[in-house]
Design a protein around this ligand. Sequence first.
Ligand code: ZN
Length: 263
Amino acid sequence: MGLFKTENCPICNKPTGALAKSSAKYNGLFVCQSCAKKLTANGILLIRLNKYSLDELQKITGTSKEDIQKHLTEVSSFQATKKVGNFIHFDDVNNKFAVPHTSITGAVNDLQIFDYSDLLDFELIEDGNSISKGGVGRALVGGALFGSVGAIVGGSTGHKQKSTCSKLQVKITLNNIKKPTVYINFIETETPKDGFVYKQLYGQAQEILSLLEVVTHSNTSSTVASSNNVSAADEILKLKHLLNIGVISQDEFDAKKKQLLGL
Ligand SMILES: [Zn+2]
């Protein structure tokens, strides 16, 4: 896939981009921040790494060769059928989605891969305020299935008056003990809301929410029906729901409906 141009961490062997490198070296190579954190947490002095064998360090960081091989196999078998920038990739064949790790140049150097069935909740957060939420977990908590899916949560009034945004992120909650939450960051520096950059990134964030919504629906409503023979009518019903909860616009709904009906 041409993903791995960067140096690999000498301990976990994962590709390590410029931003993910720690200052510690082992066998002349930079250890990734994730391994460095785990080692420090286990009382290992990073300046003394060379006193330890690779096996010992891998045991401490929980990065066995089998785990690494499994991850690499998973990455190479992931086939993105739909991408929203390098924010999230969907593999509709294997029912998986991936949140890429990108280097400082924006190149993808690793994929965090999750099963569709692990998706619980997702939420768009702007400067700490929840803009919209969706997912099956919330609906079940709320009682009626989908009763509260995608409910638009109003931010504070102060938030609405702000003309800039400093942080825009999608938070995804997963049914995964090792990785219960994953964040996709769209904006990390103060950005004017009336500009092109904000509008484009906000649009991509909304697109991701609607795709995650579709994934949640495919988990809950069509686990029996095979996803290949979902009828146009079913698709339209899903889209209608997305329209109702404000995830997609009337124009987008109309266009998609026409397409599905072959008009
Ligand atoms: Zn590492």
